[in-house]
Design a protein around this ligand. Structure first.
Ligand SMILES: CC(C)(COP(=O)(O)OP(=O)(O)OC[C@H]1O[C@@H](n2cnc3c(N)ncnc32)[C@H](O)[C@@H]1OP(=O)(O)O)[C@@H](O)C(=O)NCCC(=O)NCCS
Length: 224
């Protein structure tokens, strides 16, 4: 199978989503792939090696695909000082990657600021619960049958990372996992209660999640 290829492009409720396949062994992109990046991004890519090079390149390719899907311009997608991708004026953008895939979402910024996160369902890591859940979330999970607990944990983890990506560009600080409480609904959306310790609070925050092959993809949209 060829890698660094677009494997899906879809219009989801919060924006255009593009997925790019990554080589599971971290094989470096060839010159033909690198030529699809903006020259400034090629310079940024040259600082990376192995899986980080693959994920950086795949993420930028996915992001350009999503922005192009909106009819947006081809500009260099730099990273801000905290690591957030800087989209073209008037656009909101978020990127996520795991070993096999890089995914990006883009939408017009007037619709809100986006956060995207992909999490693998396997291997199960229930030990993360203590680090990422608030007490009321932990209580809800303990009431679930044991076989449903891990998905309830990993979904919250994914949504919280997407919350971070949506809020961090404005708050410009680390946001702890205890600063949000997530309640899941079976129809694929989630309610979020923010408990921010400092900085402005958004007017509106919403989240959706969808199952992918052995993974979950979460999207958060925030309006200030
Ligand atoms: C930053 C963080 C969310 C990234 O998530 P991850 O699962 O490690 O990695 P992902 O592949 O999903 O995402 C990486 C992408 O996130 C984006 N990103 C990184 N920092 C970001 C920031 N401050 N704001 C927005 N997006 C950011 C980048 O696009 C990055 O990819 P790139 O460097 O190739 O451009 C995570 O490492 C982290 O620090 N989490 C702790 C904070 C948190 O989640 N708090 C919960 C608040 S409720």
């Amino acid at each position: 199978m060829q890698h660094y290829q677009t494997v899906f492009k879809d219009a989801l409720p919060y924006g255009i989503v593009v997925g790019v396949s990554l080589p599971p062994d971290g094989a470096a992109p060839d010159e033909q792939v690198l030529q699809k990046l903006h020259p400034d991004e090629r310079i940024a890519a040259s600082a990376h090696r192995g899986f980080r090079l693959a994920s950086f390149v795949g993420g930028r390719l996915a992001a350009h695909g999503a922005i192009q899907g909106l009819g947006g311009p081809f500009t260099a997608l730099h990273s801000d000082t905290r690591g957030a991708p800087v989209p073209p004026e008037g656009t909101s953008l978020s990127i996520t990657h795991k070993r096999r895939m890089a995914i990006a979402i883009a939408a017009r910024s007037e619709l809100g600021v986006l956060g995207l996160d992909l999490e693998d369902l396997e291997p199960e890591r229930p030990g993360i619960a203590k680090r990422i859940l608030r007490a009321e979330e932990q209580e809800r999970i303990e009431r679930l049958p044991p076989e449903r607990q891990w998905t309830a944990i990993v979904l919250r983890f994914s949504i919280k990372e997407a919350i971070y990506k949506a809020l961090a560009p404005k708050l410009q600080r680390y946001i702890g996992f205890e600063e949000a409480s997530v309640a899941l609904h079976t129809d694929g959306h989630a309610n979020i209660d923010l408990h921010l310790t400092s900085g402005p609070t958004p007017e509106h925050i919403e989240a959706r999640f969808m199952w992918m092959e052995r993974a979950v993809l979460s999207t958060v949209r925030v309006r200030w």
